[in-house]
Design a protein around this ligand. Sequence first.
Ligand code: SDX
Length: 376
Amino acid sequence: MSTAAKGLEGIVAAETVLSFIDGERGILEYAGIAINDLAKDSNFEEVSFLMLNGRLPNKPEFDAFLADLRGAYTISDHTIGLLRSIPATAQPMHMLRTMVSALALEDPNPNSIDIPEVRAKAIRILAKVPTIVAGFDRLRRGLDLIAPDQNLTFAANFLYMLNGEKPTATMERAFDACMILHADHGLNASTFTARVITSTLSDIYSAITGAVGALRGPLHGGANEGVMVMLNEIENVSEAEQFVMNKLAAKDRIMGFGHRVYKSYDPRATYLKTLAEQLANDTGNADLYAKSHAIEKTMDREVASKGIYPNVDFYSATTYHSIGLKLDLFTPMFALSRIAGWAGHALEQLDGNRLIRPKADYVGPHEKPYVAIEQR
Ligand code: SDX
């Protein structure tokens, strides 16, 4: 009988100070601070500093960080040229994985594993990816690129570059809260990917590129797009319950529900549920929220006893749609934020690194003779 822990379930593979998750009690903290307090009172820029330094900044540190981050919003003519060469029909997550990798091409010292230098590269990637995603979307719509505005926050600048107009304070705050909520989450699959790549002393560009690849999967970051597809499939709220019952009967997964660690309500979903309801009502998307609520009620009745509750992706779908984001940009939004967490974990991995190399349980035959191809 194999001793392999399928999916590494329950295996402790690292120590971190960046986020704490209590799956039974539905608790998430970044560096000891409750996620609800951060979503309510902080901003994504200082949370990004926290991910790269393990603590919130003081005022002088924050001002210096903002100068570095906003000073790196712009992308080079080379990067723009590459972006223009990408087919308008390309899927955004494949574009994103390609462009993150391409950012290494202009770095004169891409392979550095010096922690301060890697931290500076991480800020460069974090700053440029929103410009790349907004730029790709405008080009595929046949629109001109909008240059970043260094006077705007991370959240406002992205929405400005995407839509060509500055967002309302409500939209900026909602998007900023989404970025805070998605920044880090322990050793999820994409973060573990970043750590594995870093553990070979490879570079931060490779680590973030690999993490983007892992995030795209529908069991992970791709779930928020899956939730939106599901909401669009349900014609109206009266059909939601039967839709869920049919899915459960077919042993299909309902996107946005369930979690390897949370066997209770994901605290990020709690915050996003309130945000989704407010935004949906303000933007004429009340039907989306009503469908989501009906799905949740049915799932609560049918599977809550199995520890299956809404996760971060369930209400982020309605929130992103209400902010005006296209469905295929939902998972890129997850990546925009999680770059901070991936980079933070890469820095932790570098500090006292040990190559990540688990074992496999060989379950095949032994001492078999080699048989020439003519006899096989
Ligand atoms: C994220 O790890 C992280 O922290 C990730 C994340 C982060 O911030 O980085 O939190 C972000 O990825 C959230 C998860 C997004 N994915 C989805 O919403 C996809 C749908 N969810 C499931 O596929 C599932 O819940 C997983 C993949 C998230 C977790 O699955 P596990 O831990 O491998 O659990 P499992 O597949 O073994 O399921 C256990 C049981 C099974 O039933 P039985 O076969 O035992 O009868 O629960 C059932 C599953 O069928 N189940 C579901 C379900 N999720 C689990 N049934 C219906 N719908 C679901 N969504």
